[in-house]
Design a protein. Structure first.
Length: 344
């Protein structure tokens, strides 16, 4: 696995929009512009791709060809220390047909950071190019009035200052962000409350991290980009820890997605699962909510897992390094992720 160099003082952060851009003002553009100033105040330079303010695409900033061209350019040609996505969206999967994964594999590795629709890249980069990627909040999230610890954790990771992370005290059920308040801080109102599904005596597990947004992963499953079995074979000695979260999937959608990935052989080397809060956190269908669907799956597979952790569309989110070996330590209502052995 190739691990990019961490950011150094005066390094350039490249900003790209392979999914939605930041053209809409004030709600998206103003936080993005504030995030740029914040990155610069931390000693980094910023370089904006041509799609950051574009509105030419359907479900993303521009056409699949132009979005992929931006990705290829920043990975292969541009002089930047890392690449940050400016947003999630809906149809980033279309870009993948035009991404030069072979060129990325042969170029010097760079961190790519983002979440949600960006799972198309954060998931495929380790599988297709053996390059680790960071699943964390998108760039405009760093444009709040004050940064949450989850944001500083992500920045500290990218700078190589911190490699072990623990859960936060609470989470945001409803955002306060609006056109009138585009820089709103996270509205932490709900206490952190994880669900442990662990065999007797199990309080830790480890393996090579892989995962992202379940909505995206099930879309990629079975396509020509699906090389998960090859990845599993390549790293079978490590085993895999899957990190999963869902956006639009209701409980039955979660059940179907897990069934599909399982029957496609994705979980053959699974050592455990860490599962975030679904956007449809409390939505019930036929008497179950998304976390019930995950719990039933884990119990049936007899694999360790932790549900409702700080991951996904209900902030905050711990940094998840796709492709890195991590050790997960589990307490009664606490979770830590240590990437130290993989990245030191």
């Amino acid at each position: 696995m190739r691990f990019p160099e961490f950011l150094k003082d005066n390094d350039t952060i490249g900003l790209v929009a392979p999914s939605y851009g930041c053209a809409t003002a004030p709600r998206y553009r103003l936080p993005f512009e504030k995030a740029l100033l914040r990155f610069e105040s931390l000693g980094y330079k910023t370089n904006l791709g041509p799609n950051c303010y574009a509105t030419e695409g359907i479900g993303k900033s521009n056409t699949p060809e132009k979005c992929a061209a931006e990705i290829n350019d920043y990975f292969v040609n541009r002089d930047c220390g890392m690449i940050f996505s400016v947003g999630g969206g809906e149809t980033m999967c279309e870009d993948m047909s035009f991404v030069d994964f072979e060129g990325i594999k042969n170029a010097a590795p760079k961190w790519y950071a983002g979440y949600s629709d960006n799972a198309n890249l954060t998931f495929l980069l380790p599988i297709l190019t053996d390059t680790a990627a960071l699943y964390c909040s998108n760039a405009p999230s760093f444009g709040s009035e004050t940064l949450h610890k989850s944001h500083t954790d992500a920045l500290d990771f990218l700078a190589g200052k911190k490699l072990k992370f623990t859960n936060y005290d609470g989470w945001e059920k409803e955002s306060l962000k609006s056109d009138e308040n585009p820089h709103a801080n996270l509205n932490i109102t709900e206490p952190y409350s994880q669900i442990n599904v662990l065999p007797a005596g199990c309080d830790s597990f480890s393996g090579r991290m892989l995962g992202g947004c379940l909505d995206v992963l099930v879309t990629l499953c079975g396509t020509r980009f699906d090389r998960v079995k090859e990845f599993n074979e390549r790293y079978k000695d490590d085993g895999t820890v899957w990190f999963l979260e869902a956006c639009d999937l209701n409980p039955m959608g979660v059940m179907r997605a897990l069934w599909q990935l399982d029957n496609a052989g994705w979980f053959e080397t699974a050592k455990g699962f860490v599962i975030g809060r679904s956007l449809l956190h409390d939505f019930e269908f036929d008497g179950i909510c998304p976390r019930d669907a995950y719990k039933m799956f884990l119990e049936k597979k007899n694999l360790p897992g932790v549900i409702d952790i700080d991951l996904g569309h209900l902030a905050p989110m711990m940094p998840f390094v796709s492709g890195a070996v991590a050790t997960i330590e589990v307490g009664d209502n606490s979770l830590s992720i240590d990437y130290g052995p993989s990245l030191h």
